[in-house]
Design a protein around this ligand. Structure first.
Ligand code: GTR
Length: 390
């Protein structure tokens, strides 16, 4: 029996991996929904029509069909400095270990925020905040363990503050237990087909951290950069799309339902993501399993929601699952919204080569050599983007 089950499991794995397309020649012909045509078929030509009509309409389409509603109300929020080290990183930085507690309907959750601020800063510091979807070791506050996933010393040396919180504080990344977090504060969402789910909860957490930054004099709130990798990169995109206080968005290897176009059906597809991770997106999204072309949006429109703020999307050469070409094409399609703000994209016409970064606003991109990961190479380029901002 055990052997039979192992064989069956292997077979399912093989069928699944063969079922995913990795061949550019097999990408079907597709038509992307127009960014500048309203649901009523009207053309959008001005910034005003974009901001007043089409942008809110697209945001709602993403809420209703994919990420779920984003609750904005809560009863109260409390910030507590749990621990502080004024001479962290050999005196280079101040560590603040902050509890962000949010209360609603007699329930509460706690986001544990780690923040290092450069000690030599003469004014409030811009800050990179990572939505950490990997091990907590990656953000070791004692700095005994160092990781390219969150190279805090490098960011501090470059003159920026660096922060992180873990997704498990908001919603455990598990289809059985994801509701044991923010969703306890908003149980009505669980009943709604367009309710918030795990990725929405992580993005909601980023906004509560932003609430905290607005109350921390060490932080330059006009320059908060939200960073996420992969599933965390889907959340960083959604956070920046719906909360315009984020000045810059970094979405690293975010792939399907992140920065890559769904209609290309290359690498991971909607059916697969909804089956493996049914707790990430809302119920309505399941209607689009194997029906990418029926979606009223595609991911270039999520990027468009971030305009005119800078966005950095990345890929890795061996991570075809996340469709590097589809990510680049989504950025290219979003250029038209930046153009509406008089911004000229520096992206080339075709995807740049491997390790040929374009860390330039408003739309930055690179395809790093190697595996699906977030590394010091990636972070070095995010810093370059910040430095080349006007
Ligand atoms: C994969 C998933 C991707 C991506 C990745 C990750 O299993 O299919 O969409 O989110 O996990 O988060 O590393």
């Amino acid at each position: 029996m055990k052997q039979f089950l192992t064989a069956l499991f292997l077979l399912v794995c093989i069928v699944n991996s063969v079922a995913q397309n990795y061949d550019e020649a097999k990408v079907p012909a597709y038509v992307l929904p127009e960014i500048f045509t309203t649901s009523a078929g009207q053309g959008v030509k001005s910034r005003k029509a974009w901001e007043d009509v089409r942008r809110p309409e697209i945001l709602k389409l993403f809420e209703d069909n994919i990420y779920g509603q984003m609750p904005k109300d809560y009863d109260s929020i409390r910030y507590t400095l749990k621990n502080e080290d004024k001479a962290a990183m050999n005196g280079k930085a101040r560590l603040k270990d902050v509890a962000v507690q949010v209360f609603r309907n007699k329930k509460s959750i706690q986001i544990n925020l780690l923040l290092f601020v450069p000690n030599n800063a003469k004014k409030p510091s811009p800050v990179f905040v990572l939505i950490n979807n990997r091990g907590k070791d990656n953000t070791d506050p004692t700095r005994k363990i160092k990781s390219g996933f969150w190279p805090a010393e490098m960011v501090i040396d470059s003159g920026y503050a660096v922060a992180a919180f873990h997704v498990s504080d908001l919603a455990p990344d598990n289809k059985e237990t994801y509701m044991n977090g923010v969703l306890q504060l908003y149980p009505e969402h669980l009943k709604a087909d367009n309710g918030m789910r795990a990725i929405g909860a992580w993005a909601w957490g980023a906004s509560r951290v932003m609430d905290y930054f607005e109350n921390d004099k060490d932080i330059d709130v006009k320059n908060v950069i939200v960073v996420g990798h992969s599933r965390g990169g889907k959340a960083s995109l959604w956070a920046a799309a719906q909360d315009q206080r984020f000045a810059v968005c970094v979405t690293n290897c975010s792939g399907n339902t992140g920065a890559a176009l769904a209609r290309r059906q290359f690498g991971e597809r909607i059916t697969r993501i909804n089956t493996t991770f049914p707790h990430w997106f809302n119920n309505n999204y399941k209607k689009f399993n194997d029906k990418e072309n029926e979606l009223p949006v595609d991911q270039h429109m999520l990027i468009a929601l971030i305009a005119p703020r800078p966005l950095y999307a990345t890929n890795a050469s061996k991570d075809l699952w996340a469709d590097p070409t589809g990510t680049f094409l989504a950025l290219k399609k979003a250029e038209e919204v930046y153009a509406l703000y008089g911004m000229k994209s520096k992206l080339p016409a075709n995807p740049p080569g491997i390790n040929v970064p374009v860390p330039k606003p408003p739309l930055a991109y690179h395809n790093r050599e190697g595996e699906h990961d977030l590394t010091a190479y990636d972070w070095g380029n995010f810093i370059k983007l910040m430095r080349s901002r006007p």
